[in-house]
Design a protein around this ligand. Structure first.
Ligand code: AMP
Length: 282
């Protein structure tokens, strides 16, 4: 596995691989790898000839009061882990190379970026869509791999690929969890052991919601009230950023669950803002 920082070096290598008919898979990440990232790399390894893992803590997607500076980093450990998963290239671009002086071009997936995390993190998804569009333009992957833990992000990238006519197959893979159900996240290291124990209640609450759905409840108001009540048993009301059920395709709020909905939650636990979701239906 090669670690590459330069955009032109990466392009050169990938151009010659493509000329030989090799397919390219891209796994975009912010590093500090865990089982979630590794599962994406593993699928890419199975499905593509060349696996490129990008590692870039994208300043554009962090708000001024967010954890850009504190975001966990360990390039050496990440490189070892990606190598173990047989990635071919770890692409670690510099912010100054991606966003030069006078940088002024942004991608905004308008409607899907408004609710849920978009409301409490203004500009976040514009930052995500912009960096992913740039990575797609640099790597020109045949397939790109994302986790459904970041459900809204995955929907936004799907929409961007469709709207901007990218010729890329998106692979959205299931959320990897700890044994108690907590969605694995690089930000889980911010948690104290007490906070870590209570964090598992997020998935627990989503599962209780699923039982109510399975018992036949389809009214979104009733289900959201139950979800919020359950979360409030474990977290302070002010810590709950949102707990909502929305159409899985449009992310619109509807009175009744149709074919497929997403129940999505964001909760502040200590220094971490944790998100999780489950699908209701299908
Ligand atoms: P990040 O480094 O947090 O930006 O995540 C990089 C990619 O890994 C994104 O597509 C995430 O959705 C995905 N990912 C993060 N956590 C998980 C997880 N627990 N299970 C599966 N995929 C994940």
């Amino acid at each position: 596995m090669k670690t590459i920082r330069s955009i032109s070096t990466l392009r050169g290598i990938l151009d010659s691989a493509r000329k030989k008919g090799r397919t390219v898979g891209l796994v975009p990440t912010m590093g500090y790898f865990h089982e979630g990232h590794l599962s994406l790399m593993q699928s890419a390894r199975r499905e593509c000839d060349i696996v490129v893992v990008s590692l870039f803590v994208n300043p554009l997607q962090f708000g001024p009061k967010e954890d850009l500076k504190a975001y966990p980093k360990n390039l050496k450990r990440d490189a070892q882990m990606a190598r173990k998963k047989n990635a071919d290239i770890l692409f670690v671009p510099e912010a100054r190379d991606l966003y030069g002086p006078q940088y002024q071009t942004f991608v905004s997936v308008e409607e899907l970026s408004k609710p849920l995390c978009g409301r409490s993190r203004p500009g976040h998804f514009r930052g995500v869509a912009t960096v992913v569009a740039k990575l797609f333009n640099i790597v020109l992957p045949d397939k790109a791999y994302f986790g459904s833990k970041d459900f809204q992000q995955a929907r936004i990238i799907q929409q961007m690929v469709k709207d901007l006519s990218y010729n890329i197959e998106l692979r959205i893979l299931p959320t990897r969890r700890e044994t108690d159900g907590l969605a694995i996240s690089s930000r889980n290291i911010y948690l104290t052991s007490k906070e870590r124990a209570s964090a598992a209640k997020i998935y627990g609450s989503l599962n209780s919601l699923k039982s109510k759905f399975r018992q036949g409840e389809r009214r979104v108001g009733q289900l959201e009230d139950a979800l919020l009540a359950e979360l409030k048993r474990h977290f302070k009301a002010a810590a709950i950023d949102y707990a909502e059920i929305r159409d899985a395709e449009t992310l619109l709020h509807k009175p009744k669950i149709g074919k497929k909905a997403v129940a999505a939650v964001a909760v502040r636990v200590g220094k971490a803002r944790l998100i999780d979701n489950i699908i209701l239906g299908e």
